[in-house]
Write a protein that binds this ligand. Structure first.
Ligand SMILES: [Zn+2]
Length: 237
């Protein structure tokens, strides 16, 4: 019997699967060979935004009047103990970068169906402060952006924005406290040229919007740039 490379690859994957079954990041059941990160059942359970063309969606309403943006939407709803929270937790605190790439890719596929995705020139992931990134080992938003950029075929502009202030955790803060906490925390890298570009600013979760707002301001100050906002999860509750 002559095996082509694909046959060997499939056999090898089969053996690896026996030794270390790949499990669904949602329900922990074994994945079949066509499934990646999530099984089909869990994937169906993700509470996703049905469209990114709704100009009165919850992300738009939450940011309205605070910063000028071209478009705003989110991949899905981030609820307490929900599947998206669980997946982002695996990415951030368990270092499962493949979960981030997967979510970024799926978000890219979902955004690709919108009327405005083809107009995006680049994706800017909200940066972490250098100290925090060194501690975590990576920036979760960059992993998400890489997955999304692969689908949308645009560059990830991860050196454009700098987080110059180390801020405390936002988790237990009110909207006013969050805004004060992240104000002036970001700036553009020297020499950045952005005129006439359409930038998609990407973050893992939007709660009050304070972080995205603070990250958006230096980009908007770069001139005639257009900015759209896209968190993977919109926090509800
Ligand atoms: Zn599952």
């Amino acid at each position: 019997m002559i095996w082509g490379m694909n046959g060997i690859g499939a056999a090898w994957r089969g053996l690896v699967h026996l030794a270390y079954p790949r499990l669904c990041a949602g329900c922990q059941q074994p994945l079949n060979t066509r499934e990646e990160v999530l099984c089909l059942f869990c994937f169906q359970d993700l509470p996703l935004f049905p469209s990114h063309d709704d100009t009165r969606n919850e992300v738009v309403l939450r940011l309205a009047g605070r910063i000028p943006f071209a478009h705003a939407s989110a991949y899905g709803l981030f609820t307490q103990d929900g599947l998206l929270q669980h997946l982002l937790h695996q990415l951030k605190y368990r270092g499962r970068k493949e979960v981030g790439r997967f979510l970024g890719k799926q978000a890219g596929l979902s955004l690709h169906r919108s009327a405005w995705a083809g107009d995006i020139d680049g994706i800017v992931p909200v940066p972490l402060h250098g100290k925090k990134e060194a501690w975590r080992g990576f920036n979760q938003s960059l992993e998400l952006a890489r997955g999304m950029a692969e689908v949308l075929q645009v560059p990830v502009l991860d050196r454009l924005l700098l987080r110059t202030r180390h801020t405390e955790s936002q988790t237990s803060k009110s909207r006013e406290e969050r805004e004060a906490n992240v104000r002036n925390a970001f700036e553009l890298t020297k020499g950045t040229m952005l005129a006439t570009k359409h930038i998609l600013l990407l973050d893992d979760v939007l709660t009050t919007g304070a972080t995205l707002e603070a990250a958006a301001l230096p980009i908007l100050s770069a001139g005639s740039v257009r900015l759209s906002i896209f968190p993977i999860g919109l926090a509800m509750g």
